[in-house]
Design a protein around this ligand. Sequence first.
Ligand code: ZN
Length: 113
Amino acid sequence: MHELAIATSIVDIVQAELAKRSLTRATEVKVVVGELSNVVPEALEFCWEVATQETPAAGSKLVIETRPVTAECRACGHRFAVENYSFLCPACGSGDTQQTGGNELYIEHLLAE
Ligand SMILES: [Zn+2]
């Protein structure tokens, strides 16, 4: 389960941030997860408790925001949400589109004390 590895890296980042700011305990961590990032939010949530054990993030709340896959049409400039992996522009039918979102995987904020 690679979500455990991801949860562990998030905890590492959180710990480094806490140390930098002389804080001792994380209370909430919010991560943004794109639909194409290959992270299953439920699995990440499940791993969070294990990954944070005996760390300054133990007992903290993990908030996960999922972002849809989005694309932009190079032909007409239309921006759209990609459904069922169809990257065809719904406005003009062009296949010349570029993915603009959906691969996100980052910490958006961290609450600590
Ligand atoms: Zn278009």
